[in-house]
Every structure is written in structure tokens, then in C-alpha cells.
Write a protein that binds this ligand. Structure first.
Ligand code: ADP
Ligand code: ZN
Ligand code: ZN
Length: 684
């Protein structure tokens, strides 16, 4: 962490340094400053924060730079060779001659020669005729060139590029707010172009699901520059290699999901966070829970570079920062192609005939768009065949034994699965209680796929959800079938709302908008509005105008009507006013202590004790709870939470600082697993 000339520790108790592992620190001053800030802000031990910022292989001892194994012939070897040695070993002789001829070679080069060479090298080494060296792999400065110039920018795009470019070399936070297809990515590319031309590097964060071959392809098409790509599907070794490319400065663009915010980027010039509202930027598991978007802004501040937060549906927090003058607002109001924004309409589920989850007007609309050669996207946020297995005779419902949840029917696989704990059981034919036949109730993406198949015989239907992409290569296959036009209808979950561009989709049907309207989580409406706008953005990106149908049992709900009448801006205004009245974030600051235990009692007992410890609260800090989580039992453990709220961030953190230390010493803490989440985005 640092070095000093003197110490308060008695000299006899100081430990000697055995070895210097890395000639250049893996965390430079800027990284230490950022991580130190994160440890303080998220109230997490600095050691774990640092460890979390480094690839596992590095923590286990791999070198930060990587080294190259080289082989050279010795003077003794030269003499031996001149004397005609070795006489009877052709392999050895050939290797020795080769090394003499080229003055030494890397192991990688020797690997490319025909035949194996390791045994021969060992024998030559034993006689002292050749030697092995290991040298640090130094990265050569890499050029970055623009392969193909982009299209001429529209006025709004130019204005956005100019605004951010004027801030290169110092901190500035910019919200690039434009609907899907308005040319945000093009703005990022232009800015990165300037950063590269200035000899600097760019860091790009994308959501878990946004890192598509399409996006990578666009970067590679534009730039002839080494890129390091970091995401969660890499093996430890792959991650190490990508990290080294970033660390050495070889990579000019470092691109990845959440944890890439910690990647080393020497001479950083710009940070981009694409789809900044996306929930995957929030690490909400494990010990160290952070927001990669918020850390990106802090990193930009420390590094004195601009940060661009792009989205069609900025988070309400972000819009609040715009209103407060902390972030600049750059708008892209028009789509780049001559296409019009899609028309949104609500479909009242109470007054239309509904067959297997699809209302008749929606069926007719699908028919119409198919007849017009359009493609159709049907969105339902529930994978599987049906969310419930029911016995109509006795009312039995297949429950998960480990969770307060129902098991989802996966008909094709013949299984019942829990989407919360992963429990998996065979699908029964008869009710275990009364022996009567059971039936799946409700809709999942698989069942919608089946229903549409029956409604539109001969039309090819594709499906995209987590069950599909789990199979390797399936995502690409679905994309291919949609892009080629082979598939005419795509049924999918959240997964279809991001990243993929299907220009021929002219109709989007949102099957159930109501899940987000009546939730215990105050952020649910925001997520619903974002989903609707994002999924609507998939319609009509080509030359044809798009149509969006939203099925709901509550078409008069103010959230839906404001969203339809005034778009996301109108919704955001109304939702922020509501949050302000209720004193929810961003008008207050929140932290959550969550715990889980083997009994509901133990989970509540710890949080109750924790609350008692805070008898005398500082002014302006409130405790809410403890309460059992909305789904209290999950994976066999009982969950509860206690919220800490304050209108002032400083007050909240002051309180947490003194309180958390005491929590650890509570006897009831030993019976639970607990964690702190600062700025939680999901409340249970
Ligand atoms: P977003 O990131 O906002 O979804 P993109 O940058 O991907 O938008 O742009 C949408 C499409 O329009 C892409 O195919 C892109 O190549 C194209 N595009 C972007 N800017 C322009 C422009 N100024 N002129 C013509 N086409 C453009
Ligand atoms: Zn029964
Ligand atoms: Zn379960």
C-alpha cells in the first residue's frame, strides 16, 4: 500500500522483504486512491477491495507483465558445434545449429518449428551447450488507426462530440440521452477516435448483456488498435492475459462489463458507460457491493478525464444529477435513419378476449405485420413454460421446498425448476396430494412460443431467454435466424431489450406490463418504464415505422399513461416528484443491512440487536425495519433487512462508520450471514 522510512513497530518485529514481485506496482497511485475511496464509501475492508480489483491468477502469484522464455547457444555450445558435436543426436544438432544461426529464439518460435524440441533442449542444457533465459515481456507502443471513417454526424451528434471533446484533459460528466438508434454508439466511437489520436486510451463499460459480437465487431471495424476485452465468461488465464494487455498499455481500448472499472488503463483519456441505467453495473452479491457506474464517475474525477453516461432511459438518479447541474445533458432526439419513433398503444386485458396470454387485437396486429413482411418481437419477462403447476381438484400448487416460491414448469425438459435457488425436480403427471391430473397455469416464454406456433402455422419462431443462451452458440444462432429473416417472430425475456439490432422488426408486443406496477420495491416502476422504452426501441429501426402494443390490466395507471403520453421524460418527471414526496433516493441516501439465517427468528434477532445498538441516532438518520424480505425464505435460508436512510450522505456515512464496528461484535451476528449494501438498487 505504501512505503516509509520509519515505523512505530519495534525493529525486531518488522518483517524482512523476501522478494519484490513486480518491478512496477500493479496498482498505481491513482488506482490506490480510487480503491481507497471505494473502501471508505462502501465501508468494506481495503484488503478485500484491492483483492477484488485484481484478476485471480495475479493474486495467486502470476506476474503482472508476463515473461518470455528464450533459449540461446553458449560459447561452449558454439565450440562443440564447430567440432561436429553432437554426432548421433540429429534433433539436438539441428536445435543447436538453429540457435547459433539466429542468435537465440523464444520458446514460442521453437514451438513453430516442426518436431518436438523440449527433450533435445534438456540434453543440450545438461551439457552446458545452451542456456534458458526468462525476460519480462515489454509492451511496444502500439499505433491506433482508424480503419474506416464513420458517417457524417448529425448536428446533435456533432454537438455532443464537441461538448465532451472540449472537456478532454479534465473531469466532466456527460449524460448522452438518446433513444435506441439515435447514434449514441457513433458518438462514443468519434470521441474514442480523438482520444486515440491524442495518444491516450479509452475505457468502455457495457452491461452484462450488451457485450455482443455486434458491438465488438463495430469497434474492430472502426479501429485498427489493440483492444482488451474483460467480461465474466473468461477463464482465469484469459482474464490475466486481457488484464496484462491493459496493464502494459498495449491495449488502446479496454472494454468490458462491471469489474472492468478496476482495470488498469495507463494514460486514460475517456470513460464511457453504455446503458448506464442497467442493473448489471451494480454488484449486489458477495462482500464488496459497488456500483460500477458510480465508480466510473469517481475514477474519471480522479483521473481528470471526461465520463460519458449513455442511455435511452437514464436512471432517475442520473437525471437528478443533471437537474442539480452536476452532469451535463446531451440529447439525441432523432433517429439516424429516416425512421419515425414507434407508436405506443395500451391494450386493455380486461375488455379483450385473451387466449393463452395474448389478446385478440395483438394477434391481429401480429398477423398484419407478418403480412407486411415485418418481423415481430414478443416480450415476456418470464422464462420457462408456465410459472405454476396446479391441481384443479384439490388446489395443490408445486412449491419450492427451499424458497417461498412456486416451481416453474419446464415442459420440454420435463422438469420443475425453482428460478430462485435452482432446485430441479421431475415434472409429476399427477397431484402428489390427491392423485388427480395436474396442469401448468400461466405463461412463460416457452408456452408463448408454442401458442404462437399454433396461431401462425408455417411461421418460424425463435426464442431468446436464459434457458436458450445457456447452450453454447445458441445466442449467435438466434441472432442469425432473426437477421437473415428466417425467423419471423422472436419471443424473449429482458434479454431482447438490449444491444441487438433487428432493423426489420416493426411490431413489439409487451405481454405483461403489470409486474412492475405494484411492487414493494420503490424502483420497480422505473425498471418497468425502462424496459418498455428499451423494448419499444427495438421496433422500426429500419425504413418501416414501428408499433408497440402493451398489454395491461391497469391501462389507467398514471405511470403507464404518463409514459405513453409524454414518453420517458414525462414518466421521469412524475416518478421523481413521487420519490421526492416519499423521500426516497435520489432525495435521500440509503444503505441496507441484509442478513440470512437458518431460522426466521435468528435473521430478525440480529437486525433487532443492531437497531438497539443505534439507540441514539444522529439527527437526520432514520432506521426502517427490520423486516423479513418479501421472499423471506430463499435457498433454505431466511432473509431480512434493515434500512438506514438519511437526507444527507455525510450523516449517513458518519453513522455507518461508528455503528458497523459494533455490529461485528454482537453475539447474534454469529448466527447469521450479513452484509452491507450502500446505495442498494433492489429492495426486498
Ligand atoms: P445507438 O447507440 O443510439 O443505438 P447507433 O450509434 O448504433 O445508435 O446508431 C444506429 C445506426 O445508425 C447504426 O447503424 C449507425 O451506424 C447508424 N448511424 C449512426 N450515426 C449516423 C449518422 N450520423 N449517419 C448515418 N448513420 C448513422
Ligand atoms: Zn390434488
Ligand atoms: Zn427455490
Amino acid at each position: 500500500m505504501g512505503s516509509a522510512d520509519t515505523s512505530e513497530v519495534a525493529p525486531g518485529r518488522l518483517k524482512p522483504i523476501l522478494e519484490v514481485l513486480d518491478p512496477r506496482p500493479v496498482l498505481d497511485a491513482a488506482a490506490l486512491e480510487l480503491l481507497g475511496w471505494a473502501a471508505q464509501y462502501y465501508h468494506h475492508p481495503i484488503g478485500e477491495v484491492l483483492a477484488g480489483a485484481l484478476p485471480r491468477a495475479l493474486r495467486l502469484g502470476a506476474s503482472a507483465t508476463g515473461s518470455e522464455e528464450r533459449w540461446v547457444a553458449t560459447a561452449l555450445g558454439a565450440e562443440a558445434c564447430a567440432a561436429g558435436e553432437p554426432r548421433r543426436a540429429a534433433r539436438q544438432r539441428s536445435l543447436l545449429e538453429f540457435l547459433l544461426g539466429c542468435g537465440g529464439a523464444a520458446a514460442a518460435t521453437l514451438n513453430e518449428r516442426p518436431g518436438s524440441w523440449r527433450d533435445a533442449a534438456r540434453s543440450l542444457l545438461a551439457r552446458g551447450w545452451i542456456a534458458r533465459t526468462e525476460s519480462a515481456l515489454e509492451a511496444q507502443a502500439q499505433d491506433a488507426r482508424v480503419r474506416a471513417a464513420g458517417p457524417a454526424l448529425l448536428p446533435e451528434q456533432s454537438a455532443a462530440v464537441d461538448a465532451v471533446a472540449a472537456s478532454l484533459g479534465r473531469f466532466g460528466a456527460f449524460v448522452l440521452h438518446g433513444i435506441t438508434g439515435s447514434g449514441k454508439t457513433e458518438v462514443y466511437l468519434r470521441l474514442i477516435e480523438r482520444v486515440l489520436a491524442g495518444g491516450r486510451r479509452a475505457l468502455v463499460l457495457v452491461p452484462e448483456i450488451g457485450l455482443t459480437p455486434q458491438l465488438l465487431g463495430r469497434f474492430r471495424e472502426r479501429f485498427d488498435a489493440p483492444m482488451a476485452v474483460l467480461h465474466s465468461a473468461l477463464t482465469d488465464h484469459e482474464r490475466l492475459l486481457a488484464w496484462r494487455d491493459a496493464f502494459s498499455g498495449r491495449a488502446r481500448i479496454v472494454l468490458g462489463t462491471r469489474s472492468v472499472v478496476f482495470a488498469p488503463v495507463p494514460q486514460l483519456g475517456l470513460i464511457v458507460v453504455d446503458e448506464e441505467h442497467d442493473a448489471s453495473f451494480k454488484q449486489h452479491e458477495g462482500g464488496f457491493r459497488y456500483s460500477a457506474r458510480d465508480l466510473a464517475v469517481m475514477r474519471a474525477r480522479h483521473a481528470a478525464v471526461p465520463v460519458v453516461l449513455g442511455s435511452a432511459t437514464p436512471a432517475l438518479e442520473t437525471l437528478h444529477n443533471v437537474a442539480a447541474g452536476r452532469y451535463a445533458h446531451l440529447r439525441l432526439q432523432r433517429r439516424t435513419a429516416q425512421s419515425l419513433p414507434p407508436r405506443l398503444a395500451l391494450l386493455d386485458l380486461r375488455t379483450s378476449a385473451v387466449r393463452s396470454g395474448i389478446a385478440t387485437p395483438a394477434v391481429l396486429a401480429i398477423e398484419r405485420h407478418l403480412a407486411d413482411d415485418g418481423q415481430v418481437l414478443v416480450f415476456l419477462n418470464r422464462r420457462g413454460y408456465a410459472p405454476t403447476l396446479l391441481c384443479t381438484a384439490c388446489g395443490w400448487i408445486a412449491p419450492c421446498r427451499e424458497c417461498d416460491a412456486r416451481l416453474t414448469v419446464h415442459l420440454g425438459a420435463g422438469r420443475l425448476r425453482c428460478h430462485h435457488c435452482g432446485a430441479d425436480a421431475p415434472l409429476p403427471q399427477r397431484c402428489p396430494q390427491c392423485g388427480f391430473a395436474v396442469k401448468p397455469v400461466g405463461q412463460g416464454t416457452q408456452r408463448i412460443e408454442e401458442t404462437l406456433g399454433a396461431l401462425f402455422p408455417g411461421v418460424t419462431i425463435a426464442r431468446l431467454d436464459r434457458d436458450v443462451v445457456r447452450r453454447r452458440g445458441e445466442l449467435e444462432e438466434v441472432m442469425r435466424r432473426m437477421s437473415s429473416g428466417e425467423a419471423r417472430i422472436l419471443v424473449g425475456t429482458q434479454m431482447v431489450t438490449k444491444g441487438h439490432d433487428f432493423p426489420n422488426v416493426t411490431l413489439v408486443v409487451v405481454l405483461n406490463a403489470d409486474q412492475g406496477l405494484f411492487s414493494t420495491d420503490f424502483r420497480a416502476p422505473e425498471r418497468l418504464a425502462q424496459t418498455i422504452v428499451q423494448v419499444a426501441g427495438r421496433a422500426g429501426r429500419g425504413a418501416k415505422p414501428g408499433e408497440v402494443l402493451i398489454q395491461s390490466e391497469f391501462p389507467d395507471h398514471p405511470l403507464l399513461t404518463s409514459l405513453l403520453a409524454e414518453g420517458y421524460d414525462g414518466f421521469a418527471r412524475a416518478a421523481l416528484a413521487e420519490r421526492s414526496q416519499a423521500a426516497w433516493p435520489p432525495f435521500s441516501r440509503l444503505a441496507a443491512v441484509r442478513d440470512s439465517a437458518t431460522t426466521a427468528q435468528a435473521a430478525l434477532a440480529f437486525l433487532t440487536d443492531a437497531r438497539k445498538l443505534a439507540q441514539r441516532l444522529p439527527r437526520g438518520v432514520r432506521l426502517l425495519g427490520p423486516v423479513p424480505a418479501a421472499m423471506a425464505k430463499r435457498a433454505g435460508r431466511y432473509h431480512a433487512q434493515l434500512l438506514i436512510e438519511s437526507p444527507q450522505r455525510a450523516r449517513l456515512h458518519e453513522f455507518l462508520e461508528s455503528w458497523l464496528g459494533q455490529l461485528e461484535r454482537l453475539p447474534s451476528a454469529r448466527r447469521v450471514r450479513w452484509s452491507l449494501d450502500v446505495d442498494p438498487i433492489e429492495l426486498f
